[in-house]
Design a protein around this ligand. Structure first.
Ligand SMILES: NC(=O)c1ccc[n+]([C@@H]2O[C@H](COP(=O)([O-])OP(=O)(O)OC[C@H]3O[C@@H](n4cnc5c(N)ncnc54)[C@H](OP(=O)(O)O)[C@@H]3O)[C@@H](O)[C@H]2O)c1
Length: 327
C-alpha cells in the first residue's frame, strides 16, 4: 500500500519538496502505525523542510513534528487499532518521518491517547507550539513570585507566542505582547493582550544591566537582544521561560538580575518532555485550559505547505497552521 506525503529531497545540496507516493511499511516491534488526519506547522518543521541539518541529518525526508490520528496497526500491547492518538516531538519530524505524511510509524512510547473532548483539529491547532507555551506557563506558575505587573510574551503573534498570550490571559494575567508586526495589534488584543509593544521601539534604547521592573515574568520565544533586554526588566523573583531563538542564539546579560532580584531563567524543551508531562498538558487543554483557536488557525492541504513554510521562515505567520490530510 502507498500513502501520500510532503517529501523533501536533496540534490547537490539543493532542497526541494513535492507531494509524493511512498511505500507504507509494517510497524516494527513496539511501534504503532497511525493514519494521520491532521498535523501542524512549527518553526522546526520549516527548518527540516528547508534542509537544516541541525534538525534533520538525512534526506529524502518527511517532516512534521506533530500528528493526530487513528491507530491502524498496533505492534504494541499499549494500543489497539482504532485508538485516537496524538504524537508530538521526540525524534518525529527530525529523523523519524513525521506528520506531513498520511501515515506514520512511531514507537508506542511517544504516543498519547487523545482526550475525548479535543478533536484532532483542535489538538493540532495546539500542537508543539501549545505544549511549549503551556510548559512555559507551568515554569512561571511553579516558581515566580506573585506580582501585579504584566507578563511579557515575545514573538507574540507566532505559534508559541499567541498560545502563550491566550493561556496567560485565560489565567487572569495582564499580558504585554511584544511583536514585530504593527498590523497585528487588533489580532493580539483579540487573543487577550492588554498592551502591545512594537519590537523596533522596544529595541531602540540599548539594554542596560538593570532597568526599572516592568514585567512580573516572561515567555521568550525569540532569544537574542530581546531576551537580553527583558532580563533586566523582570520584577523580583520573576521567571523568564526561554523557549526559542528566531532572533538569535546569543544572550548578553550580567549577574545583577539574578543576584539582586532573584530572577530565574528557565529553559523549556517540550519535544523531549516525559510522556506523563505531555499527557497532563493535553488533559489541561481538553478541560480547564480549553482555548478557542478557530480564528487564529489556518487550515491547509499539504499541497499548500510551501508558501506557509516560506512565511514562517520570514517571521510572517500569525497564529497557527494546521495541515489536514482529510480530503
Ligand atoms: N524549546 C522548545 O521546546 C520549543 C518548542 C517549539 C518551538 N520552539 C522555538 O520557539 C520559537 C518560535 O516557534 P514558533 O513555532 O512559534 O514560530 P513562529 O510561529 O514563526 O513564531 C515566531 C515569532 O517570532 C517573531 N519573530 C520572527 N523573527 C523574529 C526576529 N528576527 N526577531 C524577533 N522576533 C522575531 C515573530 O512574531 P512577532 O512578529 O509577533 O514578533 C514570529 O511570528 C522558534 O525558535 C522555535 O524553534 C521551541
Amino acid at each position: 500500500m502507498q500513502y501520500s506525503a510532503y517529501y523533501v529531497e536533496e540534490n547537490d545540496g539543493v532542497f526541494s519538496a513535492s507531494i509524493s507516493r511512498l511505500e507504507l511499511e509494517k510497524p516494527a516491534d513496539g511501534f504503532v502505525q497511525i493514519k494521520v488526519s491532521h498535523s501542524s506547522l512549527n518553526y522546526k518543521d520549516a527548518l527540516s523542510a528547508s534542509g537544516n541539518k541541525g534538525v534533520t541529518r538525512n534526506y529524502p525526508f518527511v517532516p512534521g513534528i506533530d500528528a493526530a490520528g487513528t491507530i491502524t496497526d498496533a505492534n504494541s500491547s499499549q494500543f489497539s487499532e482504532g485508538d485516537e492518538v496524538i504524537v508530538t516531538g521526540y525524534d518525529m519530524g527530525m529523523n523519524t518521518p513525521g506528520g506531513f505524511g498520511e501515515f506514520i510509524n512511531v514507537p508506542a512510547t511517544w504516543v498519547v491517547k487523545k482526550p475525548n473532548n479535543l478533536t484532532h483539529l483542535e489538538s493540532m491547532s495546539i500542537g508543539t507550539a501549545g505544549l511549549t507555551a503551556a510548559a512555559s506557563v507551568f515554569k512561571i506558575h511553579e516558581s515566580a513570585m506573585e506580582s501585579d505587573l504584566p507578563v511579557l510574551v515575545s514573538g507574540a503573534t507566532g505559534g508559541v507566542g499567541s498560545i502563550g498570550v491566550m493561556l496567560m490571559s485565560k489565567l487572569g494575567k495582564e499580558v504585554s505582547a511584544l511583536t514585530g508586526k504593527s498590523s497585528s495589534v487588533d489580532f493580539l488584543k483579540s487573543i487577550g493582550a492588554t498592551n502591545i509593544i512594537l519590537r523596533d521601539e522596544y529595541l531602540e534604547a540599548p539594554a542596560k544591566a538593570m532597568e526599572r521592573p516592568l514585567f512580573s515574568s516572561a515567555i521568550d520565544t525569540v532569544g537574542g537582544k530581546i531576551l537580553s533586554k527583558m532580563l533586566a526588566q523582570i520584577s523580583p523573583h520573576g521567571v523568564v521561560a526561554c523557549c526559542g531563538n528566531v532572533a538569535g542564539i546569543e544572550v548578553n546579560t550580567t549577574v545583577f538580575p539574578f543576584i539582586l532580584r532573584g530572577i530565574s531563567l528557565c529553559g523549556i524543551d517540550s519535544a523531549e518532555s516525559p510522556l506523563d508531562f505531555k499527557t497532563s498538558i493535553w488533559e489541561k487543554f481538553a478541560n480547564e485550559w480549553k482555548l478557542d483557536l478557530s480564528t487564529s488557525t489556518k487550515i491547509i492541504a499539504k499541497q499548500n505547505l510551501q508558501q506557509e513554510i516560506d512565511l514562517i521562515l520570514q517571521g510572517g505567520q500569525e497564529g497557527r497552521v494546521v495541515i489536514s490530510h482529510e480530503e
